[in-house]
Design a protein around this ligand. Sequence first.
Ligand SMILES: C=CC1=C(C)c2cc3[nH]c(cc4nc(cc5[nH]c(cc1n2)c(C)c5CCC(=O)O)C(CCC(=O)O)=C4C)c(C)c3C=C
Ligand SMILES: [Fe+2]
Length: 431
Amino acid sequence: MSKCPFHLGGSAPLDTRRRALLRGLAAGGAALGLPSAASAREARAEELMQSPPGRDGRAANRSIAFHGAHQPGILNPPPAAGMVAAFDVLATSRKELERLFRLLTERAAFLMAGGTPPAEDPRFPPADSGILGPLILPDALTLTVAVGAALFDDRYGLAAHKPRHLTRMARFPNDALDRDWCHGDLLLQICANTPATTLHALRDVIKATPDLLRLRWKMEGFLPPALGEAKRETPRNLLGFKDGTANPDPADAALMRELVWTTPGAGEPGWAAGGSYQVVRIIRNLVERWDRTPLREQERIMGRLRDSGAPLDGEHEHDEPDFARDPEGARTPLDAHIRLANPRTAETAGSRILRRPFNYSRGITRSGQLDMGLLFICFQADLEAGFIAVQRRLNGEPLEEYIKPTGGGYYFALPGVPTEGGYLAQGLLEA
Ligand SMILES: C=CC1=C(C)c2cc3[nH]c(cc4nc(cc5[nH]c(cc1n2)c(C)c5CCC(=O)O)C(CCC(=O)O)=C4C)c(C)c3C=C
Ligand SMILES: [Fe+2]
């Protein structure tokens, strides 16, 4: 990673990063023998760094560290723009597969830190798409790489090393899965403050891997922009409800070890420690029907009040519902979404999951209805005890009248890359 002259450490203070960035910029120009162009680029970079055009400079300058025991993009609060892109892997050998993961590591670390691409020689295609301008600001970008069960077929000799619960996503009763929007050997989750930054990162990865990856499907999502770290509110989904209220606390490391990170033992291969099962579901919301449903009924379907997010037996958003004191469902219907998803019993405590959903909107259907919904994403230490157990409890819930899952897949988010020099999937490929 450090071999890339333009790589700037994601966790480096801004001033250090700025100096390194300007040095990289000058080096890029000098490499072409263009000293005056270099200084002009340097001046422009300084200007942009001070005040990125049309953007909140502080937010655009924010970088998230790439290196760590776990990948970024799982515990950090989701920014306003999210994307998942599923790929088929074209590598023809294990060696080529290693080249793919090394490349993904290099691009992710560079893009997340921000910097300048090498200076352009107009006789060749540009190194960068240019859609962010000459200076790539980190913009709270995260790239998270996950693998699907298909990667463990007979192509690369990895079958014996498959995470224990990783399977091809099977259909649930309310699903209408479109095969063009499902599965994939590899999943890239890209999150940032702005959609331009996620698209830029996707194009960068695609450009770097023409012989190694083929895009299979992609879905872009969004959240209402955060009001700032301190004032962070629970985002609303496209049914108008706060979504994420009862998520387990990502700051609770012991809880994350229990619910999110795969640990050695329990039949999991050693290399998978520190990774997490990732579920993606594209769930269309039938919003025209929902918007004609009485508010009281909407709230009984969800089990929470729409405006405050409070449970039906509480007053405030973070009040804990007491289902045990309501065995007949007088306050919260027995089939309310949150009651089925998390009955809060001793037996179901192990099925808690970390949700990280985005809203999506992609035009209209052939019958003229709005095609929008939830790009549902969740992480868990055990796919069977987590998402699959929760979804089985939700099967047949009243909310199904308003939602239709149409795509997605099951993946395993790789463990992180603790230090420079390492690469994603190194443990798997060296197992
Ligand atoms: C299988 C897992 C889940 C799917 C699929 C799912 C879809 C889905 N959810 C909403 C809206 C809300 N969900 C809420 C809570 C909630 N949902 C799940 C799981 C799935 N949801 C869980 C585990 C929980 C937490 C339950 C709890 O612990 O109380 C809420 C309430 C607010 C919150 O806690 O986030 C809403 C609203 C939609 C619209 C949807 C499919 C489109
Ligand atoms: Fe939910």
